[in-house]
Design a binder for this molecule. Structure first.
Ligand SMILES: Nc1ncnc2c1ncn2[C@@H]1O[C@H](COP(=O)(O)OP(=O)(O)OP(=O)(O)O)[C@@H](O)[C@H]1O
Ligand SMILES: [Mg+2]
Length: 929
């Protein structure tokens, strides 16, 4: 029999996997050296003919004195090559792959273990498979060992595989208890946690019972532990499917720090030996993106055939669903996991390898889609924690956003909050987080009224028109200086004095021209591959230092309330807004996918070390960020869905302390879908999600937290969270909209009747009059036509505001009185159709009442102390060319007058020697003379 010369720990690992006692294994190695066959022979027969030679050739490296709380942990520590942080660092630079053969010996963790209930000898069950398997493989150390073992196994029928996991004994309860203790011990040892959360226990129980599970738990609740524990307990490999390289990379680094061997595979992995090692079972946890799983099916099957895979965990599983907010087509192909790794396909398996699907956000529709798409069993266990995060305080405010002038309105308090804490030794005057009054102002909803007059009048001009289906999110109205170059970075460096501009070492001075108004949409596993787990979070110290003191301020202290993340829709806006904060003395950084990678990493580092107060980012800054003290997440512009919103907002307050989640949205604009690769069906769903998000913002009467948790299918206490803007200020007065509703519906009915006479004249079975095709739609009156008609026909509404009618249409749509024509889904109704219910209302309506809470956009005019109707004076008649000509002439006249006034004022100033300008002008004129 040939000898295999492998390292001592490799042999010990193999012996442990075979079920031999740790001490026996060491004894054998001491006696015969690190030769597996001899060691096995020594243990079984008590001697080996070659023991003397072997012993002299090798030194045994595994220490006997290690004290492990769990048998399997002992195995893992001894067997596994722990990945070092430095192993992973190189992989951040995509495209700079270098081939390096790992210097460390490939210690082996081939776990061919069987569950405890399998009592057949190893040589019996699966021996044929082993043979087939071995012959089909390259001669990796583990397979060589298997080859060598075969005769031995035949010789020693009494040898048993070690049984793991131990879940199906007669005394199930005791068994569970046993496992819970082991799990807690493992978690304590590796992570320092003293207990498991209930949902984590449920997840482990489900895995122990070999069941598929879908785990829905809030962001930051600790989902990762659900799939990490099985790796610790079973000694087998857990394969984790994750959507982004950076996410995998970071998780590996974290696990390495906690003494758990993990690796990630795919394009970001610079070490080509890692993949083979992973497929040989060297690592406890193997992270792969869906694309890589599809490529590695065969090697994974071989690993599974040897009973080496404990679990497939699909993290961020909402990416599976077409109906989710982050759909990734490759996730859908993960049905291959069940197709290839079931008992029906792999004879050595007694049951299918369980699938564990994890996410923080999935609606009922998405959950079912996940289950079906992944071919999960009908008995899939749904493990659901409450979506409610009691420390998050939600609010919505109106803002024009995307407009430099609105920064001042919206962020002065935030700027003061950060900057005043540096110069003011007393309590913060402008505590952004604790000042409930500020958040609420006097209205039921925080409405920023100072700039609304222009906004509202503008709305009657253009804003209510439905934007293009594939338009960008919100138009960028800001006037950007043409060739303004600016620093994209933090204003104050760690070492620098307070007023010194901080420039990144890479010296990125980005110009506006350089940046297009692009969006960050991750499609691919390599997108957004910036890793940051090696930057540990630093705790801010207790003592305060101030700029006024002789010492430089301690930046940690400045962030004692924690940093703010501001999400904006476009890359350009990250720069604009970060610049605003930097110029205002706030330590801020921009973050979007097109910034240089080193700069992004630096931003992560500074963020995690509490050196940045505000990060202004696109969605590129997100998934996997595990920073506990984020105090505010601000969305500056409409999010695309409530799923996306809740996931992003959920990055606040992971430490359980009070945190703000504020949405600034332009109530005057109807949000539009970001351009993306979606089919027709997905686009419909995306519109539905956007519409739900729009309604969340427009809502004035229901607790924000309640809307959010209800959205994910959870019941919520009727009393609400008692923290959000709605709970604190209470709903507005209900309005009787009966007259307006009946006028609107009657006009709609009359117009439709006219159209019906001339074109169709039928009522569809669905109860909709003229269930319009898109062709018919062109002929049908749109919302604006209906309002024009109302203004024409009713003197009372001549000057009525289109914005208010838009809100009313939303209410009528909620009541089922109107609907969008042609089976279309839109954020706001464009081609309104009266329904049967609407007709019934009209016929039953005799001076009855229709009380409803006005939506937030309907309240905008009243906040400005003007009746809503007067806001549309300017907008009315704009469609008429003659009126338009007159008005444009008028505005030109006004502009001329204003210019003249300004130049006169300038001349006056120039003559006034008490002003700088005046003195300068005098100097110049003297020179000329
Ligand atoms: N049993 C536990 N006891 C104490 N802390 C825990 C426990 N489990 C997890 N944590 C901590 O919770 C934090 C969040 O964990 P994790 O990253 O797994 O969350 P997540 O649910 O995956 O979040 P996300 O949805 O953002 O991915 C981590 O810092 C982790 O250390
Ligand atoms: Mg997670």
């Amino acid at each position: 029999m040939g000898r295999i010369d492998v390292s001592a720990d490799l042999v010990v690992a193999e012996l442990l996997d075979m079920g031999f006692d740790f001490c026996k294994a060491l004894e054998a190695l001491e006696a015969v050296g690190p030769v597996l066959n001899d060691a096995v022979e020594f243990i079984l027969n008590g001697s080996c003919h070659n023991s003397a030679d072997r012993k002299s050739e090798h030194t045994i490296t595994c220490s006997k004195s290690q004290n492990f709380p769990m048998g399997e942990d002992a195995n893992s520590l001894c067997r596994f090559k722990q990945s070092h942080i430095t192993d992973h660092l190189a992989s951040t630079s995509r495209g700079k792959r270098h081939i390096s053969i790992s210097s460390s010996k490939p210690s082996l963790k081939t776990s061919h273990s069987k569950p405890l209930d399998e009592e057949e000898p190893a040589s019996v069950h699966g021996k044929n498979q082993l043979k087939e398997h071995v012959s089909s493989q390259i001669d990796s150390p583990s397979h060589m060992i298997l080859k060598k073992l075969d005769p031995l196994l035949q010789k020693n029928k009494k040898f048993h595989y070690q049984k793991f996991p131990q879940f199906s004994t007669t005394d199930g309860q005791n068994c569970m208890l046993h496992w819970e203790q082991k799990a807690v011990a493992a978690v304590q040892k590796h992570f320092g946690f003293s207990s498991l959360k209930d949902f984590q226990k449920e997840a482990i129980e489900s895995w122990l019972a070999q069941k598929d599970s879908i785990i829905l738990a809030a962001t930051g609740s600790g989902k990762s532990l659900c799939f990490q524990i099985p790796a610790l307990l079973s000694g087998k490999v857990v394969v984790v499917i994750s959507p982004l390289i950076s996410l995998m990379h970071d998780q590996c680094l974290k696990l390495a720090k906690h003494g758990i061997s993990a690796c990630f595979l795919g394009s970001g992995q610079p070490d080509i030996t890692v993949e083979q090692k992973a497929m040989n079972g060297v690592y406890s946890i193997v992270y792969v993106c869906p694309e890589t799983v599809l490529r590695l099916i065969e090697p994974l099957k071989r690993l599974a055939e040897n009973n080496g895979i404990a679990l497939f965990a699909i993290d961020e599983v909402h990416c599976v669903s077409k109906w989710g907010h982050d759909f990734r087509p490759d996730y859908r192909r993960l049905s291959v996991l069940r197709e290839n790794f079931s008992a029906a396909h792999i004879r050595s398996l007694r049951s299918d390898i369980p699938l564990m699907a994890l996410t923080a956000t999935a609606t009922l529709l998405v959950r079912e889609d996940i289950r079906k798409s992944l071919l999960m069993s009908n008995e899939t266990k749904l493990i659901l924690t409450s979506f409610f995060r009691p420390n998050l305080r939600f609010s919505v405010r109106h803002s024009r956003t995307s407009c430099a002038s609105s920064y001042e309105n919206d962020f002065t308090d935030l700027v003061n909050f950060y900057t005043s804490s540096r110069v003011n030794n007393k309590k913060e005057k402008n505590s952004f987080i604790n000042d409930g009054e500020h958040n609420l102002k006097s209205s039921h909803i925080s409405l920023d009224v100072s700039s609304d007059k222009d906004d509202t009048s503008e709305s009657d001009g253009d804003d209510t028109s439905e934007p293009d289906e594939e338009g960008t999110s919100e138009s960028d109205e800001a006037d950007t200086p043409e060739s303004d170059s600016y620093y994209c970075g933090h204003k104050h460096s760690r070492e620098s004095s307070a007023d010194e501009d901080y420039v990144h070492p890479w010296g990125d001075q980005l110009t506006v021209e350089y940046l297009e108004d692009e969006l960050d949409i991750p499609y691919n596993v390599n997108d957004l591959d910036v890793c940051y787990a090696e930057f540990p979070e630093k705790k801010p110290p207790k003592k305060m230092e101030f700029f006024e003191s002789t010492q430089a301020p301690d930046p940690h202290e400045l962030l004692r309330h924690g940093p703010t993340i501001i999400y904006v829709p476009t890359r350009k806006e990250t720069i604009k807004l970060a610049r605003y904060f930097c110029n205002s003395g706030v330590m801020a950084a921009a973050y979007h996918a097109k910034l240089p990678k080193p700069q992004l990493r630096r931003t992560h580092e500074d963020f995690h070390q509490n050196l940045i107060e505000v990060v202004v980012a696109t969605i590129a800054f997100g998934m996997g960020i595990d920073k506990s003290n984020v105090r505010r997440v601000v969305h500056y512009g409409w999010p695309q869905s409530l799923e996306a919103y809740y996931q992003e907002a959920g990055r606040a307050g992971r430490d359980g302390k009070l945190s703000d989640c504020i949405l600034y949205a332009n109530f005057l604009r109807i949000p539009t879908l970001l351009p993306s690769k979606k089919d027709e069906e997905q686009t419909r769903q995306a519109y539905k999600m956007l519409s739900d998000c729009f309604r969340y913002g427009m809502n004035t009467s229901i607790c924000r937290a309640k809307i959010l948790v209800n959205y994910f299918g959870e019941d919520f206490d009727d009393y609400g969270c008692s923290m959000c803007d709605i709970c604190l200020s209470g709903p507005p007065q209900k309005q009787n909209m009966a007259d307006e509703a009946s006028v609107f519906l009657r006009t709609l009915r009359a117009q439709r009747a006219y159209m019906g006479e001339t074109h169709f004249g039928c009522v569809s079975h669905s109860g909709t009059i003229f269930g319009g095709s898109s062709k018919n739609e062109l002929l049908e009156p749109n919302f604006r036509d209906v309002i024009d008609e109302i203004r024409k026909q009713n003197s009372k509404y001549v000057a009525s505001d289109l914005l208010w009618w838009r809100g009313l249409a939303r209410i009528l749509e909620d009541m089922g009185f109107i609907q969008e024509a042609g089976d279309m889904v839109r954020v706001a109704i464009k081609i309104p159709q009266i329904t049967k219910l609407g007709i019934e209302f009209l016929s039953s309506h005799v001076e009855s009442s229709l009380y409803a809470f006005p939506y937030a956009d309907m309240l905008l005019p009243s906040v400005n102390d003007k009746p809503y109707s007067s806001f549309s004076e300017w907008g009315k008649g704009w469609a008429n060319p003659e009126i338009r000509r007159q008005r444009l002439q008028g505005s030109k006249r006004r502009a001329r007058k204003s210019r003249t006034r300004k130049s006169k004022k300038l001349k006056r100033n120039c003559r006034d020697v008490s002003t700088v300008r005046g003195r300068l002008a005098k100097k110049l004129s003297n020179k000329k003379r």
